[in-house]
Design a protein around this ligand. Structure first.
Ligand code: COI
Length: 364
């Protein structure tokens, strides 16, 4: 897709938020990327436009049948001033896997990475540079056909919005409390659990609210059939350090194939640590904890980065992990991953991509 991306200048730019107040996903930059799809033209008319509301027909399929996919990745400001993206191709690869499942036409992965780079280059002044901060990139596609018959849309919109963010959970390295959900389920095999699509998150909200009311941060989902096997946490994949090994649920069709999950597995293996991707029963996990073999628990995700887990509650059982503190391995993974992402550490696995502002210049 050799189309050129047009640029539409905003009349006024926003005041940037205080670096200390960022939180997660509360502020949005001055511009966004937009591109449309029709059966006749395919993906067309890529443009960078002022950030703002979009106009859609009230009958648009996204409002009624939820035909949507999204992604989450980040741009980082390195100490030497470079702008780095972390494995953007992996996110685009996953976006196409989600598109395939949601019956959405595929994107040109390379072109969308190019669009991300151009948008980030335009918004470079929005990239925060304090430790733990970054510019969160949210590409998403929605079905826009105005029709109420249940059918795949024939028209779509791809948008990319940007948000300067700090840590997802208030304090990045303070361990979170997780509630093992045994009533509701997130996904079943054959469903859309592996796809990054809004419905998975809509279906999670009831349980998330319940866990918060009980004093927890997030829910740990069990499998949808037997309610026995561990799948993932609300906004992250989950890892367990059992003695000297690290275990994580194997991808089985109902678990999100996280880019951070994949990177953590690669890093651990690179360090010579045995990683087992396997079916893990919650009962077995709690037995391991009883026998003092469960040394650390941590979640992984673009938003969550590496998030240590301090408490787990399942039925009447409660585990305090690593004394409720951040374990050594979780800390090492956090430091290494964020070190690579922000250019502080050598990128031995070739994961970062630089956004060269000059090269990405767009004209009106
Ligand atoms: C991410 O980690 O990028 C996510 O999409 C998780 C989330 C905030 C839903």
């Amino acid at each position: 897709m050799g189309q050129s991306i047009t640029f539409h200048k905003a009349d006024q730019l926003k005041k940037k938020p205080d670096a200390g107040q960022l939180g997660f996903g509360k502020y949005f930059t001055d511009y966004m990327f937009e591109m449309d799809y029709t059966l006749e033209k395919g993906w067309h008319d890529p443009k960078i436009v002022p950030y703002g509301p979009i106009s859609l027909d009230p009958a648009a399929t996204i409002f009624h049948y939820g035909q949507e996919v999204f992604e989450g990745l980040k741009a980082y400001r390195a100490e030497d001033g470079r702008i780095l993206l972390f494995r953007p191709n992996k996110n685009m690869e996953r976006m196409n896997q989600s598109c395939a499942r949601l019956n959405i036409p595929k994107i040109d992965e390379k072109f969308v990475v190019k669009a991300i780079k151009k948008l980030v280059a335009v918004e470079q002044d929005w990239i925060p540079n304090q430790p733990g901060q970054s510019l969160y990139i949210r590409p998403f596609i929605i079905g826009t056909d105005a029709a109420l018959g249940v059918h795949p849309s024939s028209m779509y919109k791809l948008l990319i919005i940007l948000s300067p963010v700090g840590s997802y959970f208030g304090n990045s390295m303070s361990p979170v409390k997780i509630y093992v959900e045994d009533e509701y389920v997130r996904a079943v095999k054959g469903g859309v659990g592996f796809a990054k699509t809004s419905g998975n998150y809509a279906a999670s909200l009831k349980a998330q609210t319940k866990s918060e009311e009980l004093g927890f941060d997030q829910v740990l989902w069990l499998d949808g059939v037997e309610h026995k096997y561990i799948e993932e946490v609300g906004s992250m994949n989950i890892f367990f350090k059992i003695d000297d090994e690290v275990w994580t649920p194997a991808l089985n069709g109902s678990i999100l194939p996280g880019v951070t999950r994949n990177s953590v597995i690669a890093l651990l293996k690179h360090w010579g640590i045995t990683v087992k991707e396997k079916r893990i029963s919650v009962k077995k996990l709690f037995k391991k904890a009883e026998k003092q073999q469960l040394k650390e628990v941590f979640g992984t995700g673009t938003a969550a980065v590496i998030s240590p887990v301090g408490f787990l509650k399942w039925e009447d059982h409660v585990i305090k992990v690593a004394n409720g503190e951040t374990g050594k391995l979780s800390k090492k993974l956090y430091d290494t991953l964020t070190g690579i992402q922000t250019g502080k550490q050598k990128d031995e696995l070739g994961w970062t991509e630089e956004v060269k502002v000059e090269k990405e210049k767009v004209t009106e």
